[in-house]
Each structure stands twice: as C-alpha cells, then as structure tokens.
Design a protein around this ligand. Structure first.
Ligand code: ARG
Length: 461
C-alpha cells in the first residue's frame, strides 16, 4: 500500500492515509475541472449570503471572494494546474484558497457540503449549455428557413419507405426539419424550468443548523426558485437525464437529416451537391467525394444515446440520498452537451454549403410514376370511389412499366381503355408542379402552403 501525501477534506476521522491507488481511482479532477467557473460562481454566492446572514464577517467574505477571483484567473490562464491528488475540482479550489488566504478559506464551507455544491455546479453548467444549444438550434432554424425560401419552387421527390412517393416542394421538405428542430428548442425551453432551481443550502442532504438563506443564494445565482426538499436537492439528477434525452432527440433528428444528405449527394440519387469545402476524398480512389461530416454526425448520435443509457443506469436503484456513483454523471453530461452543440453547429454550416441540382430534379420529377396518385385523385374527382380509382391507376402503372411509356406520354385512348371517364384534361394533373400545387389541405406541400409555413416560421425566429 502506498499512501497519499496531501490531506483530504474528510481525512481527520481516519487513522490511515487514503491509499494512493484508491485516490487515483476515485479522483474526478480530470473530468470535473470543466466546472471551475461554475464552482467559483457558486462559492461567491454562498459566501455573500454567509456574510449577509452574519455567519462570516464582511471582511472574511471579501478576502474569500478576492481569492476565488484570483483562482479563477489562475485556472483560466493555466498558472494553476488542477492535480488529481486533490480528488475533485471543488477540493482543488478549496486547497488553493487555503494556500492564498490561510484558515479563513475554511469558512467558505460553512453550511455547505460538496453534495449541494456539485449539484449547484451541475445546474449552472446545464443552464449555460442549454442556452448555447438553444442559440445553436436557432442558427440551424435560420438556415432551414433560408433553404425553404430559396427552394420553395423546386420540386423534389417525397419518399415513403425510401421509395419515390409524390412530388413535393423542396421548401416543404426543409420546413419539416424546421418543425423538428423547433420542437427541440421548445423541449429545452421546457427543461430550463426544472434546471433553473437552486439546490444550494441543502448542505449534505439534511439542511443545516446555521441560519442559511437559500432563497438569497438562489437569487444571487439567478435561479428562478430554490429547492423544496434538501434530500431531493442533492440526489436529483433527473435534469441530467432529461438534458441528455433532449440531446438524443436532437441527434436523432440530425442523423435522419445526415442520411438524406448522404443519399442525395450520392451518384445514384444525384439530387444534391455538397461544397468541396465540406466534403472529403479518398486516399486511394481519386474520384471519391464523401459526405464525412454528415456521417460523423450520424455516428456521434450513437455516443449520445450511449450517454443517456449510462446516466439512466448510473441512477438506477441508488438509495437516497447522495452516492458516489453520481460522480460518474459528468462525463456523459459534458460529452452530450459538447457533441450535440458541435454537431448542430457544423451541420447547419454544412447545410448552408449544399445545393440542390435543380435541372436534374426538374427532369426527373417531370416524368415519373410518383405522379400516379394524381391519376387516382383525378378519377375521384370524376366520382369514381377511391378504392376503384386506386385499382384502375395500379393497372395503368403496370402497363406503363411494361410498355416503357411514362405516365404523361400515355395516349388518351390508352387511358380510356382503363377508365372511360378519363379525358384529355388528365394531362393537366400529370405535371409535377400541378401535382404539388393542386394540394389544398392545411400544411401540405403546395407552394402556397410552404410560403405560409415560412411566414409563420419567421415569426418564431
Ligand atoms: N466529486 C463528487 C461528485 O462529483 C463531489 C461530491 C462528493 N461528495 C461526497 N460525499 N463524497 O459527485
């Protein structure tokens, strides 16, 4: 057994120093050092409250605050390097404060445990990340509205089962993603209500005999409210789970979008061009142009889902209140926040640097079996029951494929062999733009509907 040299915060009760390997194993400094700003912010609020309540003197609080500000500076510019022997970032800061101002440093921890301290740091971190993610999503929404506007009149194929289904306005397609990412933004807004609650003042888990003022600490930290129950305040990691869950949904949306970009930019589809600045090549095959950014986003989705599963499993079956297992929340939390913000941000940029191949799309959509639904609805307008109309149209499609005559080129006499209600006006609906614009229903793919969707979206930006 090799022993540790530094005294740990909780050491006094023990007769043997903590084993170095055990300390190395339990140290979280390499991960939670990211929380140093939040930790100092929380400490300044706590000591301000302590001074206001007369628990420490104003002079002591002043010294502590000056010291903490200097430590923040030292950690930012790298003159203070957090060491694993300090166990966690809270201890790094506490030990450094002691070096700087002596015994007064110990007063900062009156009525506070690392349990409510770390819960506070986590909420402050989440608040910052949620705000940043919301802003990043806002950037994505702006690109989507712009795309929808630019390609409002471009007709593309809409798909079901990855089979060409019906022609639609490309704007309609982009607005579908607008709705998805807008819901993501709303989800974060909703989550913020539960995140922005202060756990500070719960102490270890049972509260304190000191006359703390948790309401005041909450106000000082800009929280909307304070905890209602001190056990729950230190034990709750629902907000971390909810946040990673919201990140997972965002990544799921991105992965679907990524898949569309990858497929559409392939030679086989050839609908879309990714700018050379956002594509990669092959070290062996000189002709290759790959959509690596989209693939990476799709791949990172898996990591974020893994984080969600990790968090749910870490919390499963934990007895109340705090357990050291909960220290493991930070890696999944930080990774999810950074991965999701990074992915949304780069994907929005990638999207900006894509172009639909309008000429090719116009040619492809002009003559395609995806116009078949138009024939069925034409027949319905001529009073044929839809089920019969569907059957008749199916036969027309079979004939079209077998005889290699595309729908708009089938002579009217031929059409009439399938149904005598068909007249020459059938050709009016066998045009992609007519098909798109004959849609009358709310939220449909017509140019007018897309224009309305864009107008409403603009109001939400
Ligand atoms: N490093 C710990 C964490 O992140 C801080 C809380 C430690 N509390 C304790 N009772 N050991 O969860």
């Amino acid at each position: 057994m090799s022993s540790n040299t530094k005294e740990l915060l909780w050491q006094s009760r023990f007769s043997l120093p903590f084993d170095r390997d055990a300390l190395l194993f339990s140290s979280s400094v390499h991960v939670d050092k990211k929380l140093y700003r939040e930790d100092i912010q929380g400490s300044i609020a706590h000591v301000t409250m302590l001074a206001e309540e007369g628990i420490v003197s104003v002079k002591e609080a002043g010294e502590i605050i000056v010291g903490l500000r200097e430590i923040e500076e030292e950690l930012t510019n790298g003159t203070l390097l957090p060491h694993w022997e300090d166990e966690d970032i809270h201890t790094v800061i506490e030990n450094r404060l002691k070096e700087k101002i002596g015994a007064t440093a110990g007063k900062l921890h009156s009525g506070r445990s690392r349990n409510d301290q770390v819960a506070t740091d986590t909420r402050l971190y989440l608040r910052r990340q949620i705000t940043e993610l919301q802003e990043t999503l806002g950037g994505m929404l702006r690109v989507l509205v712009e795309k929808a506007e630019n390609y409002q009149k471009t007709i593309i194929f809409g798909y079901t089962h990855l089979q060409r289904a019906q022609p639609i306005s490309a704007g309609h397609y982009y607005m579908a993603y607008f709705n998805m990412f807008n819901r993501d933004r709303q989800r974060l807004h909703d989550l913020m209500k539960r995140v922005n609650i202060s756990p500070l003042g719960a102490a270890a888990f049972a509260g304190s005999t000191l006359p703390l003022n948790p309401e005041r600490s909450a106000v000082l930290l800009g929280f909307d409210d304070m905890f209602a129950n001190s056990i729950d305040a230190v034990s709750d990691r629902d907000i971390v789970i909810e946040f990673i869950s919201a990140c997972s949904v965002i990544m799921m949306h991105l992965s679907r979008f990524a898949e569309d970009l990858i497929l559409w930019s392939s030679y086989e589809f050839g609908y879309l061009e990714i700018s050379d600045a956002f594509a990669t090549g092959s070290s062996l095959m000189p002709q290759k142009k790959n959509a690596d950014i989209a693939e990476l986003v799709r791949g990172k989705t898996g990591r974020v889902y893994g984080n969600l599963m990790a968090m749910l499993t870490i919390m499963k079956g934990l007895p109340l209140s705090y357990n050291r297992d909960m220290q493991e929340d930070k890696q999944p939390l930080f990774d999810s926040a950074e991965t999701t913000i990074g992915s949304v941000s780069i994907f929005a940029k990638l999207l900006e640097h894509t172009k639909l191949k309008q000429e090719r799309l116009a040619k492809l959509t002009a003559e395609d079996l995806s116009l078949a639904t138009e024939i069925a609805e034409y027949l319905v307008r001529k009073q044929i029951p839809f089920r019969d109309a569907h059957r008749i149209t199916g036969k027309i499609v079979t004939w079209s494929i077998a005889s290699e005559v595309n729908l708009p080129h089938i002579p009217v006499e031929k059409f009439r062999e399938f149904s005598e209600v068909i007249d020459a006006d059938i050709y009016d609906c066998l045009k992609a733009d007519a098909s798109v614009n004959s849609k009358k229903t709310h939220g449909s793919c017509s140019f007018d509907s897309v224009a309305l969707q864009i107008e409403n979206a603009r109001k939400q930006l």
